[in-house]
Design a protein around this ligand. Sequence first.
Ligand code: HEC
Length: 136
Amino acid sequence: MSFALSRLLSVAALSAGALCAGGATADSILEFDVWMQKIDRHSQSVLLALKRKDAASATAEARELERLYGLMERFYEARGEHDDPLLLSWDGRQRAARAASLVEGGDFDAAYESALGIARDCRACHDRFKPIRPLG
Ligand code: HEC
């Protein structure tokens, strides 16, 4: 590949990256409510699945919560909010991951406690950080 072409390609890749980063943030604000509705649903269904000791559904629910909290974590990170909402998202993701691995190890009670912690923390974030404030 010629130098000029490879240079052109790397510039194109860079600006595509910049566009994506900007786009992801804007889209994510619109997506946030969708994530929340899913978080709402899965935070309840994981507890129900754990109560009836349904390992397959509980694991799937916990992994989905882990994914959604991860999206929320990246959202706050992209906004440069290295503060409580980021920490609460991180915490929820950890609790979801822990719940999933505890189920895999057959410890439904500990998994339930971990998942219950996610549900307990909803208000901690809502009370202070809902709705999302415009940046700047
Ligand atoms: C780290 C912060 C954070 C956590 C944790 C969090 N939320 Fe939210 N939630 C928000 C914010 C911010 C909004 C408002 C979004 C907006 O401004 O559009 C919201 C909105 C909502 C909504 C309304 C969505 C809509 O359609 O308008 C529901 C329902 C909801 N959250 C449920 C939950 C539940 C249930 C939990 C816990 C299992 C939870 N949330 C945990 C930040 C959080």
